[in-house]
Write a protein that binds this ligand. Structure first.
Ligand SMILES: [Zn+2]
Length: 420
């Protein structure tokens, strides 16, 4: 039996008090960050896609966090509804190649443009050189594996375009890949494209068995989530991040999207936690977008239907994939907004927050873009180094170091203070 002496008790009490004070005093509360990230990247959120209402679970969670932090809605509601169209596979998917069952997400992905398929199909291997002498006939009931037997550097591209356009008029295609990367699709083919890991199939597969049923969601209602903190002025600093991800492929494969973009949402909620305790100079607007993966749909909608006058936005920071940082950060648009870039560099040089700040010109690769396009000065920041998991089932919270997380939060807070 362990008996606690009085001095140890005092010491423990002191430590407890100290840790409580530390959490309150420092801008980055890593316990809160882990809590948010682990929630967003859990099975309950279904990959924050459109199968089983994962987007709604995530939006509800963000709303309840904003509410309990004391961040107010802009207008009556935290939500800005809009619709999108997307192809999904909500039901169980089965695939075997030559009698060997393959696991969705791990061994194969259905390209999200795929339609439904059910049954047993012979696999015909066709080489690119064979195609030069004409397109083989009667592949209608077969799956085709296209093989590159040429020296052509663009062979992979050629194969892809043949497969997507279904030039061989086949029931479907097997597309061997070294790395599986999932991308959403807003239109659907009649044929099926299976991206399969090269090392799990024979070089000349003979037969596949497949059950896959797509559900094309037309005008599915999703929502952006906004909240704001009143500052001393009516002009805004905006922090934005998309909360949607790729959802589920069948019942078994979940794309958790911890880095993409649970990490960005986590950072916004941590900033909200800071600014509700430390009154900002600017009013702070938080924008959480849906439909980013389908082509920045939520942010385009938000830029076209702005909840605050876009002219009142002094600066916008979009955070997408900020869960690492062993090699620093990269800032899109930093070569355009030089004054803002040098403010960040100056704060960083003084405090040694980040290993490196890499500069980059404009790019339409995340949610800052629809706003930048409308003349809103903006940066898109992502972290460098660490986990390489991207658009696959392994982008999970336990893969992320959050190496730069606390200091990137401090850098952004420092910018808000200095930028006047
Ligand atoms: Zn993404």
């Amino acid at each position: 039996m362990y008996i606690c002496s009085k001095s140890t008790m005092m010491k423990q009490l002191f430590l407890l008090l100290f840790s409580v004070l530390t959490i309150a005093a420092f801008p980055q509360n890593m316990d809160y960050a882990h809590y948010v990230l682990n929630n967003l990247g859990s099975e309950d959120f279904k990959g924050r896609g459109f199968v089983g209402g994962g987007d709604k679970t995530a939006a509800g969670f963000i709303k309840s966090q904003l509410d309990s932090l004391g961040v107010k809605p802009v207008g009556k509601s935290y939500f800005q509804p809009f619709t999108l169209t997307v192809n999904t596979f909500p039901e169980k998917i089965f695939l075997s190649v030559d009698g060997k069952e393959l696991i969705p997400g791990k061994d194969f992905l259905l390209d999200m443009h795929s339609g439904s398929a059910d049954g047993k199909f012979p696999v015909k291997t066709v080489t690119l050189s064979e195609l030069k002498s004409g397109i083989p006939k009667n592949l209608k009931k077969s799956f085709v594996l296209l093989q590159n037997d040429t020296q052509d550097k663009d062979a992979a591209k050629t194969i892809r375009s043949i497969v997507y356009a279904n030039l061989l008029n086949a029931a479907g295609y097997l597309l061997p890949e070294d790395k599986l990367v999932n991308e959403p699709a807003t239109e659907v083919f009649k044929h099926v494209v299976i991206k399969v890991k090269s090392n799990v199939i024979d070089s000349l597969p003979k037969v596949i068995k497949i059950t896959a049923k797509n559900k094309f969601l037309k005008n599915y209602q999703t929502q952006n989530v906004f909240g704001y903190i009143q500052g001393k002025t009516d002009s805004f600093i905006v922090f934005s991040a998309h909360y949607d991800h790729l959802g589920k492929l069948g019942e078994r494969a979940t794309f958790y999207g911890a880095n993409d973009n649970g990490s960005g949402v986590t950072m916004l909620l941590n900033l909200a936690n800071y600014f509700t305790h430390h009154s900002p100079h600017y009013s702070i607007l938080f924008m959480f977008f849906s439909g980013e993966e389908e082509g920045l749909l939520g942010s385009f909608y938000a830029a076209q239907h702005p909840v605050v006058d876009l002219k009142k936005i002094k600066f916008l920071f979009n955070l997408d994939m900020v869960g690492t940082g062993q090699e620093g950060i990269q800032i899109v648009n930093s070569t355009v907004f030089k004054r803002e870039t040098s403010i960040l560099q100056e704060i960083n040089d003084k405090n040694h927050y980040l290993v490196k700040i890499k500069l980059r010109g404009p790019a339409a690769n995340s949610d800052h873009y629809p706003f930048y396009d409308k003349g809103v000065p903006s940066f898109f920041i992502y972290t460098l180094g660490g986990s390489k998991q991207y658009h696959n089932i392994y982008d999970k919270p336990d893969q992320l170091s959050l190496f730069a997380f606390p200091n990137l939060v401090k850098l952004l807070i420092g910018f808000e203070k200095q930028y006047q």
